[in-house]
Design a protein around this ligand. Structure first.
Ligand code: IMP
Length: 179
């Protein structure tokens, strides 16, 4: 069911567009990991909605794990520090890991996660992100499964927040102070 967009923040990506792209990513992942032991890692909090939709488009027997990280305070600029607030509950040695992020901005968080999980000796690590901002190239992060490349604007909705708000918006909108 579609909700009206007029009342909320200006839309950048509609529900329909997101749904279509998530299906394509799920189909691609299904093809790439056939016959492999895949652990899909949801990076909390921001990716919980994308993750929930994406895993339902992956037609394979996967395991789901959750990792909590925080790198932002309550503003729109990264603190530059990544903290693990929740860790995996299962060993991942010898298994294939797919990290699912909501957005790769500077790439710092994803780089930190890849480095951290590499020490646990998985068979492989790949990254999926609903959104990728151009600055991500600075940290040389490879995102094999990208939903959409966007500009520098601060976005909210579909799991993404500003100061803890707007996560439940069904689309991705542009944050403006009057929101
Ligand atoms: P990075 O470490 O700079 O790549 O930032 C990654 C994290 O910053 C994401 O997981 C988000 O939680 C947050 N973030 C970066 N840009 C945005 C945005 O435009 N809207 C909401 N959160 C953002």
């Amino acid at each position: 069911m579609s909700r009206k967009l007029e009342a909320g923040p200006k839309a950048l990506l509609s529900e329909v567009k997101i749904r279509q792209r998530v299906r394509e990513l799920g189909a691609q992942i299904t093809q790439d990991y056939k016959g492999k032991d895949l652990v899909v890692v949801c990076v909390l909090k921001g990716s919980f909605i994308f993750f929930a939709d994406l895993i339902r488009c992956i037609d394979l027997p996967i395991s789901c794990e959750f990792m909590g990280v925080s790198s932002y305070g309550s503003g729109t600029v990264s603190s530059g520090e990544v903290k693990i607030t929740l860790d995996l509950t299962e060993p991942v040695q010898g298994r294939h890991i797919l990290i699912v992020e909501d957005i790769v901005d500077s790439g710092l968080t994803m780089k930190y996660l890849v480095n951290n999980l590499t020490t646990r000796k998985p068979a492989s690590i790949r990254c999926a992100s609903l959104l990728v901002k151009p600055e991500s190239v600075e940290n040389e992060v490879d995102v094999e499964y990208t939903g959409f490349q966007i500009g520098k604007e601060f976005v909210i909705g579909y799991g993404l927040d500003y100061a803890g708000r707007f996560r439940q918006l069904p689309y991705v909108g542009i944050f403006e102070q009057e929101n």
